[in-house]
Design a binder for this molecule. Sequence first.
Ligand SMILES: *[C@@H]1O[C@H](CO)[C@@H](O)[C@H](O)[C@H]1NC(C)=O
Ligand SMILES: *[C@@H]1O[C@H](CO)[C@@H](O)[C@H](O)[C@H]1NC(C)=O
Length: 119
Amino acid sequence: MVTLLLTLSLVQITFTFQSQSALQENKLKYLTHRLEELNQSYRLLFSQYPALNQYCSVSNSSTGETVCTPCPAGWTPNGEKCFLFSQDRADWISSQYRCMALGGAVATVQTEEEQVLGA
Ligand SMILES: *[C@@H]1O[C@H](CO)[C@@H](O)[C@H](O)[C@H]1NC(C)=O
Ligand SMILES: *[C@@H]1O[C@H](CO)[C@@H](O)[C@H](O)[C@H]1NC(C)=O
């Protein structure tokens, strides 16, 4: 009787182990599939909007791995905006033209946080 119980519990342990590894295998398959989908969307997005590349710099030159940031290189993220600090002195009109050429606008201080950022 004891032997039978032992055998039964061993069978049960084996069964539990197998169902867990099957579960993990399914999870792995699902995640691999999602990764492929995301990889495809990512490549499609970058082929349609090459300007996105300025947000993604190569972080590892040997693998070509890129890291994307919410702001272009050299810009400082703050809240939902990106700021580019310029040391150049220019009047408001020419500053506005320069900023527009870079895809932005001259910053107007809208929050106290931005005031501190610009100080
Ligand atoms: C994404 O797809 C490209 C092209 O098929 C492939 O070279 C790259 O290894 C894929 N990346 C991942 C993380 O699957
Ligand atoms: C670049 O990738 C290689 C291969 O994965 C790795 O050995 C190396 O440490 C990485 N370098 C950096 C700077 O992350």
